[in-house]
Design a protein. Structure first.
Ligand code: FAD
Length: 449
């Protein structure tokens, strides 16, 4: 049962955002469960402010009443950070969908927290957003900043933090902090936009972001090659990062995910013969075709240059997150290791999971050039932490990270000590305490309050 909110608080919230935007009962259902279906809560209310002033009003009320709040954007997060698991109020930022005119001279744009990444990418014909993720049609600017989203072009443009040129946010007590000038050089104090990037809704609610835009890629070439092992995939990706000047993406997946997409989602095999592992490379500019062909060498490969053909090849990689869902509710772990250990991780992780749960299905895919492997597990044994124990211990033994890009959320909070020292966690807690003394913002996430 959700914790009921006092009627007076519900009335005050309705006075701030308008009665139709305070949802209770069945109307909250769409906000109560995450994209995977693994994280489900029961919020006493969903509050949908329209602008920064309304966000400030809502947070001041919740802080005053000591009511915990979970900020939510597009609800595509994969670590349970946006789900009201402990009866929190959901603060939906989806209606903060104001998108400013692109500043073509500075190649920047200011966007509300609820604007989707696809909408930012379409802001100007000759410009693009440097961050590209498969969930871009739903994932929002606020959520992408809060998770420091990575994705398919990190090797060229960096993650969401690297796109930030300014930020506006509301602290837990309703104070608005805003620094949106977009100056490239500006050493006037603490870089709190960078601090809030990756803070997973625990420090403040992001309301607007000033984002850099990058030149829109022209003359794109996509190559999908079949390889005999993750080690071969890694060697080819390294050759591409060294030798393909316009490289944008180096992505991998394996036969395990592909076979499911072929049998359950109607895709046909991309190459005449099946391969154990696949590498998708994309590059732009003069010479891209020849340089990519040189990397593919004698390996079987499909080449695409038209938008339709490229989309067809990209579907094999971008639909990998769906594959495990055909078998059950997956555990989605995303880990990274130094380049020297990537092949060992990619080749060995399924065996490590089998050691903990012999009946589990493991599907891996991800961003080779970033050292990042997404490990999707459909458990056969109870999901009681044994899978995370196995994968995270393996990853830390390879000097890696338990979260490459999705964050810690609720899913991984208990394993944070594997990745961060006691002194670091104490610092995190002090930062939280300073920005949110009442402890209302996402209390179960990252470093639980
Ligand atoms: C098919 C698929 C593919 C994906 N691919 C990638 C990928 O390649 N790379 C990657 O990094 N991620 C990926 N993701 C994960 C997800 O899309 C990203 O984490 C995204 O940035 C989340 O944005 P959102 O708006 O959906 O946030 P939500 O899911 O709503 O929230 C995510 C977190 O941010 C907090 N939050 C949301 N909005 C705000 C705000 N305005 N202020 C403060 N905190 C806020 C929430 O409390 C929560 O902790 C993928 C997800 C799916 C479903």
């Amino acid at each position: 049962m959700p914790r009921a909110l006092p009627q007076a608080l519900l009335r005050d919230l309705a006075a701030v955002v308008g009665a139709p935007h305070v949802l209770t009962g069945d109307a909250t259902a769409g906000y109560a469960v995450d994209w995977t279906g693994r994280f489900r809560g029961d919020p006493p209310a969903v509050v949908r402010p329209r602008d920064t002033a309304q966000v400030a009003g809502v947070l001041a009320l919740c802080s005053g009443a000591r009511v915990p709040v979970v900020p939510q954007g597009g609800n595509t997060g994969l670590v349970g950070g946006g789900a009201p698991l402990h009866g929190e109020v959901v603060l939906s930022l989806a209606r903060l969908d104001w998108l400013g005119p692109p500043d073509l001279e500075a190649a920047q744009v200011t966007a509300g927290a609820g604007v989707t990444l696809s909408q930012v990418a379409a802001a100007a014909p000759a410009l693009d957003l440097g961050v590209l993720i498969a969930s871009r049609d739903s994932a929002t600017v606020g959520g992408a900043v809060a998770t420091n989203a990575g994705g398919l072009r990190v090797l060229r443009y960096g993650p969401m933090r690297a796109q930030l040129r300014g930020l506006e946010a509301v602290l837990a007590d309703g104070t608005v902090v805003s620094h949106l000038s977009g100056l490239v050089k500006d050493n006037t104090g603490y870089d709190y936009p960078s601090l809030l990037a990756g803070s997973e809704g625990t420090l403040a609610v992001i309301t607007r972001a000033r984002l850099r835009l990058v030149p829109r890629a022209r003359d794109l070439v996509t190559v999908l090659g079949g390889f005999s092992s993750p080690g071969e995939v890694h060697a080819a990706a390294r050759a591409a990062t060294a030798g393909v000047r316009g490289l944008l993406s180096a992505e991998f997946f394996t036969a395990a995910g592909l076979d499911l997409l072929v049998s359950r989602a109607g895709l046909t095999l991309p190459l005449p013969a099946p391969a154990p592992a696949y590498l998708l490379l994309e590059a732009d500019g003069p010479g891209a075709l020849d340089e990519l062909a040189a990397v593919a060498g004698d390996h079987p490969a499909a080449v695409a240059q038209s938008a339709a053909d490229r989309a067809r090849l990209w579907a094999y990689r971008e639909r990998q997150p769906e594959a495990a869902g055909f078998l059950g509710v997956p555990l989605k772990l995303d880990v990274s290791v130094p380049a020297a250990h990537w092949a060992e991780l990619a080749a060995g992780v399924a065996g490590v999971v089998a050691g903990a749960d012999p009946g589990a299905t493991v599907i891996t895919f991800g961003h080779v050039a970033d050292g990042n492997v997404h490990v999707n597990i459909v458990p056969a044994a109870p999901p009681d932490g044994r899978h995370e124990d196995a994968v995270f211990s393996f990853v830390t033994s390879l000097d890696g990270s338990i979260s490459a890009e999705h964050g810690i959320g609720a899913l991984k909070a208990r394993w944070l000590p594997l990745a961060r020292s006691a002194a670091e966690r104490e610092l995190f807690a002090r930062i939280r305490g300073a920005l949110d003394p009442a402890g209302i913002l996402n209390p179960h996430v990252l470093v639980p309050r």
